[in-house]
Design a protein around this ligand. Sequence first.
Ligand code: HEM
Length: 196
Amino acid sequence: MGDLYQILKLWHIISFVFMSVPLFNLIVVNERALMGSSFNFGTDRYMENIIKHGAVRCYVFQLSVFISGILLLIYGPFGIQAIWNNYILLAKTLILFTLMGLLSYVHFSLQPKIESFFNNITPETKVPDNFLASVKPFRILRKRLATVCLFLVLTTIILGMQVYTPFSLSLNLILIGVTGLFAWRVNKTLILFGWV
Ligand code: HEM
């Protein structure tokens, strides 16, 4: 396998590393929670901008993973038919499409609902006391979906490592279980020490 294949593999790996947007968005959201529950124009607008623009970046990295994955199949030993013959590759592809679907739901449905609360609000606007309370259900749903996305990205990385040599079922179950615990932990806390 020549240099082209190695470059494609590097592009594949860098692209899914950058698909860590859910991890960092969850950290941003948990940092915001530490600042209290009252509305602060600068802080809330800043956080919403990070999340809103993160969606577009995530589409680009998801698409890069998909295109590099397809090219790895075409230029590598597998051939494109492996996408449905090899159950690890099939699972990775289906999970990637699920991630694209979840991102699209957040970007085209949930985020516009959240944005609608912030329309016409300037730093001078006096908002009602319950302003953030009315946004909260949508933010909570978005946070839950980001947690699911983080879990799916990590699970796909575990599967990605098995393209050539599958792990045992028990190791898969343990690793995916630990991944679930990590995603849950990132939802609940600031993971100040990285893993915990
Ligand atoms: C979120 C989606 C994906 C993630 C996180 C992911 C992750 C990974 C990981 C961790 C590896 C192992 C790299 C190594 O051992 O050096 C890998 C390799 C590979 N992936 Fe993906 N992958 C994803 C989607 C896809 C898709 C959609 C395809 C094809 C349709 C694909 C095709 C491949 C191939 C052919 C390899 C083998 C490269 C090699 O080691 O020679 N991947 N992927």
